[in-house]
Design a binder for this molecule. Structure first.
Ligand code: FAD
Length: 508
C-alpha cells in the first residue's frame, strides 16, 4: 500500500482546474488536505467553452452556489436545448431538448405512441417536439425556473456562460475555502525513479510544488499525463474528422434566445451561443475540406452582430487518453481528451470525472483496482458521447459538399450501427444507465437527422385510435399549459440576474 494521499496538486487554472479545485475544497476540505493549484498567466487558457448541459446544476448545487449570483457574474443565459439548422438537409431545422417527450403510459415511453401515430398518419415532417415543453418554450423565447407551488423546475435547463468568468468565479470560491494558488510556469516535472510517480513540479523561479497526487488540468498538451507519463492517445478522427475551430465573439442581438444554435456549414458546423453581453460563435471544421483562412473568413460573414475580435483558430484531435488516471496523475478537462463541442459535453466531462475521482478517492494510497475502475468509468463516458456525436454526421441526407459526402459514407463503430439497426426496426434507442444521452436525445437527433423508425412497441397498440388522439391532444395541451405562464427569457434575466454588462447595455 502506498502512503496516504494528503497533498493534492492541480496543474492548470482553466475551467477544468478551478472546477476541480472548487469541488475538492468542498468535498474534502482543506484542514486535512493541502490543495494547491498551479497556473501560468503567461500560457493562459483555451478561452472558449460557453454552453453546458443540465448536469451542471448539480455541480453548482453541490458547491452551494447561488444561481442568480452565478448567472450574473458569468454573463450567463439559460439554455433549453440545441437548435440544429441545415443538418438533415438545407432548410430543415430540429431541436434537441433537455426534457421528456409526453408522458409514459404503463411504463412505456411516449415516443412509441408518437411513432404509432406518425406511421398511421402516413409520415410527413416529424413534429414530436410539439409534445415537449422545452422545445415549445424555446420556440416562443420563454424561460422560467421554478413553479413556486411545486418547487420543481418548470422546464429543464442548463446555462450558457463565459467560461473564463466561471473559472474566475470558482477561483474566488476555492481560494476562500483554503485552496492555495501558485502562479508560475512549470518547466520541469520530477518523478520517483523507481515507480515513475510524479513527485513535484518545478516552476521557472526554481520553486518546487510537491504532491502525493496530481490532477492534470493543463489543457490539450497534457503536461503530466502525456508529456511526462506518455500515456498515449486514442484518435477518433476517422469518425469525427473535425480538427479546427475558428471562434469569434460578436455584438449581441436583440432577442436573447434560450438555446444554443448549431448550423451545418460546408465543411463542418457553426455554433451560436447568446450571452447577456455578447454572442459566442465558432466554425468547427475539418481542415481537409476548408483552409483555416477560408473558415475564419466564412465565420465572419455569418455573424448576427459586429465581430468583437479577430477569429481565433484552435486546433485539436478528437479522442481520449488511453488512461485518464495513470500512476499518481489524473487528467481532467482537455488534458484527458476532447470531443468537439457539438453537444456541449466537455465541461460536463470535467464535472463527471472530478466526482468519479472523489467517489473513489484513494485515501489509503493508490490501489490499481481503483485506478482501473476509474478508467473504466471514464472510458464508458467518452465512448457513449462519441457514438452520439458521430450519429449527427452519419445520419444525414446532405451530399452537397465533399465534406458531407465523406461523413455520410464513412464507416461507423459497430456499437452505433447496432443502435441504428434497432432504432430503425423498433423505435428502441438502447439508451440505458449510465449513458449521458438517453431516449429523448437519441430520438431527437436520429429523427431530426432523418432516421424514422418503421415500427414501435406493441404496447402502443393497446390504445384504440380515439384514445390515442385524445392522449396526444392532452399531452399537447399539457405542454402549452406549462409554457404559457413563462416570461420571455430576456425579461426573466433582467428581473433576476442581469449582469453589470447587460445593465450597461440597457443604460447605453
Ligand atoms: P485550458 O483552458 O487550456 O487550461 C489549461 C491551464 O493549464 C491554463 O491555466 C494554463 O495556464 C495551464 N498550464 C498549461 N501548461 C502549464 C505550465 N507549463 N505551467 C503552468 N500552467 C500551465 N466545453 C463545453 O462544455 N461547452 C462548449 O461550448 C465548449 N466549446 C468549446 C469550443 C472549442 C472550439 C474548444 C476547443 C473547446 C470547447 N469546450 C467546450 C471545451 C472547454 O473549453 C474546455 O473543456 C474547458 O475550457 C476546460 O479547459 P481546460 O481547463 O482543460 O484547459
Amino acid at each position: 500500500m502506498d502512503s496516504v494521499v494528503k497533498k493534492i496538486v492541480i496543474v492548470g487554472g482553466g475551467t477544468a482546474g478551478w472546477m476541480t479545485a472548487a469541488c475538492f475544497a468542498k468535498a474534502l476540505g482543506t484542514h486535512f488536505y493541502d490543495i494547491t493549484l498551479v497556473e501560468s498567466e503567461e500560457i493562459g487558457t483555451v478561452g472558449v467553452g460557453e454552453a453546458t448541459i443540465p448536469a451542471i446544476i448539480e455541480f453548482n448545487n453541490f458547491l452551494g452556489i447561488d444561481e442568480n449570483e452565478f448567472v450574473r457574474e458569468t454573463n450567463g443565459t439559460f439554455k433549453l436545448g440545441i437548435e440544429f439548422v441545415d443538418w438533415r438537409q438545407k432548410g430543415v431545422t430540429y431541436f434537441h431538448p433537455f426534457g421528456l417527450y409526453g408522458f409514459d403510459i404503463a411504463g412505456f415511453t411516449f415516443p412509441h405512441y408518437y411513432f404509432r401515430h406518425y406511421i398511421q398518419r402516413g409520415g410527413g415532417p416529424v413534429d414530436i417536439g410539439k409534445y415537449n415543453a422545452e422545445t415549445e418554450a424555446a420556440s416562443q423565447g420563454r424561460f422560467g425556473r421554478v413553479k413556486p407551488e411545486v418547487g420543481k423546475p418548470t422546464v429543464n435547463y442548463a446555462y450558457q456562460f463565459d467560461a473564463s468568468l466561471y473559472a474566475r468565479f470558482l477561483r474566488r470560491y476555492a481560494e476562500t475555502r483554503g485552496v492555495v494558488r501558485q502562479e508560475g510556469k512549470i518547466v520541469q516535472v520530477h518523478q520517483n525513479p523507481e515507480t515513475g510517480y510524479v513527485t513535484s513540479v518545478q516552476l521557472t523561479d526554481g520553486r518546487h510544488v510537491e504532491g502525493d497526487i496530481f490532477i492534470d488540468c493543463s489543457g490539450f498538451r497534457g503536461l503530466l499525463i502525456e508529456e511526462t507519463l506518455k500515456t498515449g492517445y486514442i484518435d477518433w478522427s476517422r469518425w469525427l474528422p473535425m480538427n479546427r475551430a475558428a471562434a469569434v465573439p460578436c455584438e449581441r442581438v436583440d432577442v436573447l434566445t434560450p438555446f444554443t444554435r448549431c448550423t451545418a456549414r460546408e465543411a463542418g458546423w457553426q455554433w451560436r451561443i447568446p450571452l447577456q453581453h455578447r454572442t459566442g460563435n465558432g466554425y468547427v471544421f475539418c481542415s481537409d475540406f476548408i483552409s483555416e483562412d477560408e473558415a475564419a473568413a466564412t465565420v465572419l460573414t455569418r455573424l448576427d452582430g459586429k465581430a468583437l475580435a479577430d477569429p481565433k483558430i484552435l486546433r485539436f484531435v478528437t479522442g481520449r487518453r488511453k488512461k485518464a488516471w495513470n500512476k499518481n496523475v489524473v487528467a481532467l478537462g482537455l488534458a484527458s481528451g476532447f470531443l468537439e463541442p457539438l453537444e456541449s459535453t466537455s465541461i460536463h466531462l470535467v464535472q463527471s470525472g472530478a466526482f468519479k475521482f472523489l467517489a473513489l478517492f484513494p485515501r489509503h494510497g493508490i490501489n490499481p483496482h481503483i485506478v482501473d475502475e476509474y478508467n473504466r468509468q471514464v472510458e464508458l463516458d467518452y465512448e457513449n458521447i462519441k457514438d452520439f456525436i458521430i450519429a449527427h454526421y452519419k445520419v444525414t441526407e446532405r451530399d452537397d459538399t465533399p465534406f458531407w459526402r465523406h461523413v455520410q459514407q464513412m464507416s461507423i463503430p459497430d456499437s452505433l450501427q447496432a443502435r441504428f439497426d434497432v432504432f430503425r426496426a423498433t423505435s428502441q434507442t438502447l439508451a440505458r444507465e449510465p449513458e449521458l444521452f438517453r431516449e429523448v436525445s437519441w430520438v431527437a437527433i436520429l429523427t431530426g437527422q432523418g432516421m424514422i423508425p418503421e415500427d414501435y412497441h406493441p404496447a402502443a397498440d393497446a390504445l384504440d385510435d380515439d384514445d390515442l388522439r385524445l392522449q396526444l391532444g392532452r399531452w399537447r395541451s399539457a405542454v402549452l399549459e406549462r409554457v404559457k405562464p413563462l416570461p420571455l427569457h430576456e425579461d426573466y434575466i433582467r428581473r433576476n440576474c442581469a449582469s453589470e454588462a447587460l445593465k450597461m447595455l440597457y443604460a447605453g
